[in-house]
Each structure stands twice: as structure tokens, then as C-alpha cells.
Design a protein around this ligand. Structure first.
Ligand SMILES: [Zn+2]
Length: 415
């Protein structure tokens, strides 16, 4: 039976968004947490960008058995790079990085062919460039290559089918249907995806934006239409829905919709690999890293997702939680009390010293082997703080302690 997996694009589409940024260490911790949540692939960035090279190579190393003290830190998550569908870009990316999975993107709509490319490329040119990029990626050692049709929702369906077929024949592994402007609705995307899946017979990714508030609904509806047509589907998500303009499809919301909505819950389309109990940690870490608060009414992870005040609701929830809660907060990894000290606090940052550092690490039950080890971690923590511009979190402190060489590589941003 076909299934729905998740390709998270927080570290690419999310991070390219206006007014937000992540350090390379923060992007790495997000990859690590996505792996813990059972996400299939992280589109981790741009292998063509020089300042991403060390980050991409460091993260590829995290999938290898000898990266840290006990086996690979990233166990299941595939790490992919976004690239323009140009053979020349792919070759440079492969020279610079060890990335083994590519998502190759090119515009397909008449709007963009005429008004972005200014009529420079015909439809045949678009297909030829994409095919050349797929062949270059595979010849250069890529394990998988997906083909992304940018602005697919405004593209003639027959051309999309030709594009996907040509990609499949050239060795592409998935076709990404990009609703780049958030133009689709659940009915239109279901019809179009079912047609492409039936005609081309290849797995499809749903990449939906939220300009009409439909990103989650469209992603789920399109993915299910794909599965019903007999093909595996992959939903592109971001953590907390952050992304260009009004954002992308929120990861947690998509999983909740597939697992708990009226009809879909019984149809069981969602991969069993997703461990929702990691959702709270992933959402709160990513919110802190971006410096963008989670809205209080965010599904599953917002402050009010399980809050009740009005008399009838509070009374009902206290009598039986399922009077007013569709799913349980424990399932999202919530329920622990959070303690914030109103007394002394020691943080780790660019001006920290050895004893403060040792105190904070002792709180995490991590002791130093010797003075050299302490000095090494202190230096890395200081530099990491300069990149993050905020006190280090316990996930970051843990990572620096266990993977010092990889941390040093992440903190070396070259041009
Ligand atoms: Zn996008």
C-alpha cells in the first residue's frame, strides 16, 4: 500500500525566507531533531553556495558510523541539496560537497517562461535542461535526484506530464509538484496529482505554500490522491510552517491531519516512521533558533493547543479530556513542567569562562575528561554563541560536547 513520507525543507525554503536566518549549528541541530522525529529527508540547503559547503559536508559526516562517540548521530534522515536544474550547477555542487541526494528545480509555468525567463527558453529547452541535470547528478554519484516543477499549479497539465515522464526516463526518482504561489485548493490539487500519478507512474512530492491558508489541506489532499492512484507521496513541510511569504505546510499539522482527521485516520496513509512525541522539542527549538515565536493557537504545539478557561470547556476537559481535545498532549511530547529560575542563572556564550562552563555542563550530567577537553569545548561554545547570537541551548551544548570536530567544521564559514 502506498504511503506518505515527509521531506522537510525548513533548512532550505524556511531559511531562505525574508527576515529570518539560522546559523549552521542551528541548521545542524534541526537536522538531528528531524531525524529523531522520523522524517524521511531534510532538504538541508544549497550545495552551490560556498558558505554552505562546510555545513553540508559536516552534516553528511553525521550519517557515518564514526562521526561521534557511538555510531551515526543522524540515523535515518536523508540529507539533500536544492539546486537549479542545470548540469553545470550540479557539477560544482558535487565538486564542493559530499551531498548524495539532489532536488533539481526549474520553472515550468507559461507565466515564468515568458516573464521570468523572458521567453529565452522553450518548453523543450526546459525539459532538456532538467534531463541534463538529472544525468549529471547521477553520473556524478548522486543516489537520488528529484525533479521540481516550479509553479506547477499554474502549469499546463499535459506539459507537467511530459516533464515528469522525461525526468523519470532520465533516472529521476521523484517528481515535485510545487504550488509555488499557494494557488491550488484541495479539489484542484487532488485532480491534478491523481492525473500525473496515473499517467507517469512515479512517486510525487507535494510542495505547497500558504498564501490562501491552504498549505496543509492541499498537501494532505494531494498526497492522498497520489497514494490512491498507486504511488508513494512525499509532503514537503517546514517546522512551524515558516517559509516564503505566508509560509509552507507545517510538519506537525500535516501529521496530525493525516492521523486524526475524520476519514483519513482510518485510511492510515501516514508513515509509521514519524514519532510525534518529538514534535514539541523540534518546534520549540526551531522557534528559538529562528527567533520567531510559535503562535499560541498553533495546532499541537501552541501554548493554547490544550488550554481551557471557559466554564463549559474546562469542566468538560476535566471530566474527560476527549470532550474538548482531539488528541493527547503526551503524544506530542508535552506535559512536563518547565522550570525557569528566578534566581541565579549561568548561561554559556562568547565571554564564558571555564568554571561557568563546567557548572552548566554538570547540570547536563556531562563531565570533562581533562583540562584540554574543557578548553576545547569552551572555545567552540564561545564561537557558537557568536554565530547564534543567543545563549546556547542544551541541545547545542550536548552536540558541541559529543561532536567537537564537526562543530569546528560548522563554525568555519568560508567564502
Ligand atoms: Zn517553496
Amino acid at each position: 500500500m502506498p504511503k506518505i513520507e515527509f521531506v522537510d525543507v525548513t533548512n532550505r525554503d524556511g531559511e531562505q525566507t525574508s527576515r529570518v536566518a539560522l546559523s549552521k549549528l542551528q541548521k545542524t541541530v534541526i537536522n538531528w531533531l528531524l531525524d529523531q522525529m522520523g522524517v524521511y529527508q531534510s532538504e538541508m540547503g544549497f550545495p552551490l553556495s560556498e558558505h554552505e559547503s562546510n555545513y553540508i559536508n559536516a552534516n553528511c559526516a553525521l550519517t557515518k558510523p564514526d562521526c561521534c562517540d557511538d555510531g551515526p548521530l543522524i540515523k535515518r534522515l536523508q540529507l539533500s541539496g536544492w539546486s537549479r536544474a542545470l548540469a553545470s550547477d550540479v557539477k560544482i555542487a558535487q565538486d564542493r560537497t559530499a551531498v548524495e541526494h539532489f532536488n533539481l528545480s526549474i520553472s515550468t509555468s507559461e507565466q515564468m517562461l515568458q516573464w521570468k525567463f523572458r521567453g529565452k527558453f522553450s518548453r523543450e529547452d526546459i525539459i532538456r535542461m532538467m534531463v541534463d541535470a538529472v544525468v549529471a547528478a547521477k553520473d556524478g554519484g548522486a543516489i537520488t535526484a528529484g525533479i521540481n516543477a516550479e509553479d506547477a499549479s499554474r502549469t499546463d497539465i499535459d506539459f507537467l506530464i511530459d516533464f515528469a515522464r522525461a525526468g523519470k526516463d532520465a533516472g529521476a526518482d521523484r517528481f515535485r509538484y510545487c504550488d509555488t504561489l499557494g494557488y491550488d485548493d484541495p479539489e484542484s490539487i487532488s485532480e491534478r496529482i491523481a492525473t500525473i500519478a496515473r499517467e507517469v507512474q512515479m512517486p510525487i512530492e507535494l510542495h505547497c505554500h500558504n498564501d490562501l491558508g491552504l498549505a496543509v489541506a492541499n498537501s494532505c489532499a494531494g498526497a492522498i490522491a497520489c497514494c490512491r492512484a498507486g504511488q508513494d507521496a512525499y509532503i514537503n513541510t517546514t517546522v512551524n510552517g515558516i517559509g516564503e511569504r505566508a509560509g509552507n505546510a507545517d510538519l506537525v499539522s500535516c501529521v496530525l491531519a493525516l492521523r486524526y482527521s475524520s476519514k483519513w485516520r482510518d485510511e492510515n496513509w501516514c508513515t509509521d516512521a514519524i514519532d510525534l512525541s518529538k514534535a514539541w522539542k523540534l518546534a520549540t527549538y526551531t522557534s528559538t533558533a529562528f527567533g520567531v515565536p510559535i503562535p499560541i493557537n498553533q495546532p499541537g504545539v501552541g501554548d493554547n493547543a490544550f488550554a481551557h478557561e471557559s466554564g463549559i470547556h474546562a469542566d468538560g476537559a476535566l471530566k474527560d479530556r476527549h470532550n474538548y481535545e482531539l488528541y493527547d498532549y503526551e503524544q506530542l511530547g508535552r506535559g512536563e513542567l518547565l522550570y525557569t529560575s528566578t534566581g541565579r542563572v549561568i548561561t554559556v556564550g562568547g565571554h564564558s569562562g571555564a568554571s561557568g562552563l563546567e557548572y552548566v555542563y554538570n547540570q547536563l550530567d556531562l563531565g570533562f575528561r581533562d583540562e584540554d577537553h574543557k578548553r576545547q569545548v569552551l572555545k567552540l561554545a564561545q564561537l557558537a554563541n557568536l554565530h547564534n547570537q543567543q545563549p546556547l541551548t542544551k541541545e547545542e551544548l550536548w552536540f558541541i560536547y559529543h561532536c567537537p570536530e564537526i562543530t569546528a567544521q560548522l563554525l568555519t564559514v568560508t567564502v
